[in-house]
Design a binder for this molecule. Structure first.
Ligand SMILES: Nc1ncnc2c1ncn2[C@@H]1O[C@H](COP(=O)(O)OP(=O)(O)O)[C@@H](O)[C@H]1O
Ligand SMILES: [Mg+2]
Length: 412
């Protein structure tokens, strides 16, 4: 069932002497000069419905000099009566149209009142954080926004830390000379080089020996030729030996140039320093690549969290299209609500108030005098479109607007 006020009757509530209002239409304008009882009318309406919360806000509900106050609301299907006598918090009865009383009246009203008794203008003045809380209380979210924000923040902080490693390693890498592809990975050993030089020298020495041997045999040939006639046989032998010696010489490897070894030995330490530096450099380059990859992973995780949130938000049905929220507050079409036009903010607030009170279709606006005619029209249109009854208090001295309250009574 959806309920509206068909009649409000109040006696001795705050500034009121006695009023009896049977509103027609979707906007109920409570008008009049200052201090005549307009706010008292709207408070009476809310005090009758809200009980504890409303009665704590009003310390002296009974008009000065009187003993009892009463507010009676006819909501069509039910009638709500709250009566205050001196020093009590008010007694409530709720009965059906045919006079049957309900046994837990406040519980019944609390269920009807929805999540909060809502003044749309009060929403516009809330802090961005409170606005988000109000918005979230009107919809079912498939995630906990605070938990999601905590996770986003944690990953963001980790990524910042890894990013610092990247910067540090990049600076460290820059302090090394550039990579030289001609350098081997391992340092060279003086021992190996010396052994190589020894072997070369030994090889050369045996070549020298072979040369000497060849020369000796050549002399022998010369000598033998002189004694050819006498020693033809010896000559043949010597020739054979000479041929052998020449063969042996031919089989020898090429001579090695040993002049460079001393120089290489001299340059060895400097070269090894470069090799060492290059190895360190390669290690740093590997660390840098690792850190960059980690940073990319964190960026992916952030994107994934943001996507999770965006997907979830896309699936949520907010009472106004384009309405959402982020870390900083409620947004309309992606722009902070505080930067939307006054008319847009008002539309959002009224729609939220309506969404929060789906059964008791009654809203109140305490400071209607702050609204311009365009805003007033917006509220009237929304009330008509959605079948709500909006009670608005306006200061007016003409006596020609709405229900005029004069000295605690409806002016005749
Ligand atoms: N319990 C009370 N008894 C008598 N007067 C009261 C009581 N509560 C408030 N008032 C008086 O009512 C006036 C404000 O009433 P209110 O309904 O706020 O007027 P309006 O909204 O028309 O300006 C003030 O003058 C205040 O002193
Ligand atoms: Mg007032």
């Amino acid at each position: 069932m959806s309920l509206k006020v068909t009649n409000l009757h109040a006696e001795n509530y705050k500034r009121l002497v006695a009023v009896d209002i049977s509103p027609t239409g979707n906007v109920v304008t409570i008008a009049g000069r200052n201090a005549q009882g307009k706010t008292s009318v709207l408070d009476a309406l809310w005090a009758a419905l809200a009980g504890g919360e409303a009665s704590r806000a009003t310390q002296q509900p009974i008009r000065e000099g009187q003993d009892t106050a009463v507010v009676r609301l006819d909501l069509g299907e039910i009638i709500v009566t709250r009566r205050w006598t001196k020093d009590d918090a008010g007694t409530l009865t709720v009965e059906s149209a045919d006079g049957a009383r309900f046994s837990s009246p406040q519980k019944l009203l609390d269920e009807m009142l929805g999540r909060r008794a809502f003044d749309p203008l009060a929403f516009v003045r809330q802090s961005p954080k409170d606005q988000v809380a109000t918005l979230v209380s009107t919809v079912e979210l498939p995630f906990d926004p605070e938990e999601l924000e905590r996770r986003r923040k944690a990953v963001y902080d980790q990524r910042t830390e890894v990013g610092r490693d990247v910067a540090k390693l990049e600076a460290q890498l820059a302090s090394y000379p550039d990579h030289d592809p001609s350098l081997p990975d391992e340092e060279e050993s003086a021992g190996v080089l010396l052994a190589e030089a020894d072997a070369a020298r030994a090889q050369n020495a045996s070549i020298d020996q072979a040369i000497a041997e060849a020369n000796r045999q050549a002399h022998t040939v010369e000598w033998a030729e002189e004694a050819l006639r006498e020693a033809q046989k010896a000559l043949d032998t010597a020739r054979e030996q000479y041929a052998d010696a020449q063969k042996a010489l031919l089989a020898m490897p090429e001579r090695v140039d040993v002049s460079g070894f001393a120089e290489r030995l001299d340059g060895l330490e400097a070269r090894n320093r470069r090799i060492r530096a290059q190895r360190e450099r390669n290690a740093v380059a590997a660390q840098l690549a690792n850190a960059k990859e980690k940073r990319a992973q964190h960026t992916l995780m952030l994107t994934s969290i943001e996507n999770t949130k965006a997907d979830a938000l896309a699936a949520v049905e907010f009472p106004v299209s384009g309405l959402s929220f982020d870390e900083s507050g409620v947004t309309l079409k992606g722009i902070p609500l505080s930067q939307a036009s006054a008319a847009e903010q008002l539309r959002v607030s009224v729609a939220l108030a309506m969404a929060a009170n789906p059964r008791l279709r009654v809203l109140r606006i305490m400071e209607g005098s702050l609204l311009d005619s365009e805003s007033m029209q917006i509220i009237a249109d929304l009330a008509a479109e959605n079948d709500y009854q909006v009670w608005v208090e306006v200061v007016d001295e003409s006596g020609k607007v709405g229900v005029v309250i004069e000295d605690g009574q409806v002016a005749r």
